[in-house]
Write a protein that binds this ligand. Structure first.
Ligand code: SIN
Ligand code: CO
Length: 377
């Protein structure tokens, strides 16, 4: 992607300027970010997805008349007849990770690849009946809210007080202080940085697509990386046993010998001595498929005269030394690394490009086709 080219999607800003001025900093309203946009997924198709066991969905119902229980939340799956009537106002169906299930929604998500893939999370699609919304709240992550069908009125505010109403089944701000208000039509889009207060209310039936990001926590990354390092520790460190021929007689038997603590410290240093260990574990974690993703093996054998395409459920990333795909890491250098990076960035390789891979890299491609991670064409 040319990051210096102005994009209609970003209201005429280039990705470079958008990232500098707005990303993680301030909101942006973009009128007709996608001119003439019509929702790729029909309402009925969204309801069908919400009925599937492996699709994560939620139903939010507003009952403002019931002072004791103004919001109700239910987790899917939802059979069509379990959803409220379309005429009933004030409800919202939220369906997560629609980009995994629908190629058109995945193509939409790909328009946002000026942000690193490692930061992109999913596209959530919401359907709301008249007056529906999820209440005034804040999200912890950046989000592009693309109006896909009908109209939604957004009110947003920079407030510092992010206290939540106690006892609610969903996050509702205790005190919402909106500063700006916009009505978005189909094709309009609102970018919000993390922790920006917002409330979107459907004006008539509407659908909104949230292109959402993820920002791993420091604790989460430390845990995930260390867990992977721990799994490889025995291979790295070996089976050596602690030896203490110099141990002196102890008057205080319960005290841990300092040599034993040093032995443990040395073992950990050895486990970490591979300078690429952290990068490898990080890439494996970041490409781990989501819980609901599974792959069916290929129907046909791969023939090296074919081009390949990354399956939309696959995650492929790389760093200076590795390529990562679906939780696995491979060292790559030279021409193989360049071609594998092309596959990760461009999501496809032509037959001619596949032909330039080394025999071992072709072997990997064949295995990935076999696993259903990429498809041959
Ligand atoms: C919605 O689509 O109804 C909610 C999106 C959001 O506020 O984050
Ligand atoms: Co939100």
């Amino acid at each position: 992607m040319n990051i210096d080219l102005p994009l209609t999607l970003l209201g005429g800003l280039s990705p470079a300027t958008f990232m500098k001025r707005h990303w993680q900093k301030k909101p942006l309203v973009i009128r007709q970010a996608i001119p003439g946009f019509s929702a790729p997924l029909e309402r009925a198709e969204l309801f069908d997805l919400a009925a599937q066991d492996d699709v994560q969905s939620r139903l939010v119902m507003q009952t403002p008349e019931a002072a004791t229980e103004p919001w109700r939340l239910r987790q899917g799956p939802f059979a069509r007849k379990a959803l409220p009537a379309l005429k009933k106002p004030g409800w919202t169906l939220l369906v997560q990770s629609v980009d995994l299930y629908d190629a058109r929604v995945r193509a939409l998500r790909d328009q946002f690849r000026f942000v690193p893939d490692a930061r992109l999370d999913d596209v959530m699609v919401s359907y709301a009946s008249d007056g529906g919304g999820v209440g005034p709240h804040f999200d912890s992550y950046d989000v592009f809210l693309l109006q896909a069908h009908g109209q939604r009125r957004w009110r947003i505010g920079r407030q510092k007080n992010l206290d939540l109403q106690p006892g609610m089944p969903l996050k509702i701000l205790a005190q919402f202080e909106p500063e700006q208000e916009f009505v978005l039509d189909a094709g309009d889009m609102l970018y919000l940085p993390p922790r920006y207060a917002h409330d979107g209310v459907a004006l008539g039936e509407c659908m909104t697509y949230s292109i959402g990001f993820r920002a791993p926590g420091a604790g989460e990354l430390a845990q995930e990386v260390l867990q992977r390092l721990a799994e490889q520790a025995c291979d790295e460190v070996g089976e050596a046993l602690y030896r203490d021929p110099g141990q002196t007689a102890q008057a205080h038997a319960a005290r841990i010998p300092t040599d034993l603590a040093q032995f443990a410290r040395d073992a950990i240093d050895k486990a970490l001595r591979d300078p690429l260990a952290i990068e490898r574990a990080l890439g494996e974690y970041l490409t781990e498929p989501k819980a609901q993703v599974w792959f069916e093996g290929a129907q046909t054998d791969f023939d090296t005269g074919q081009g390949v395409q990354l399956d939309r459920r696959s995650t492929m990333l790389y760093d200076d030394a590795h390529v990562f795909i679906n939780g696995e890491s491979f060292l790559a250098a030279g021409r193989d690394a360049s071609l594998m990076r092309l596959l990760a960035d461009g999501q496809a390789l032509t037959a001619a490009q596949v032909g330039q891979l080394s025999e071992s890299a072709k072997g990997l491609i064949a295995q990935w086709v076999d696993a259903g991670w990429i498809t041959a064409n």
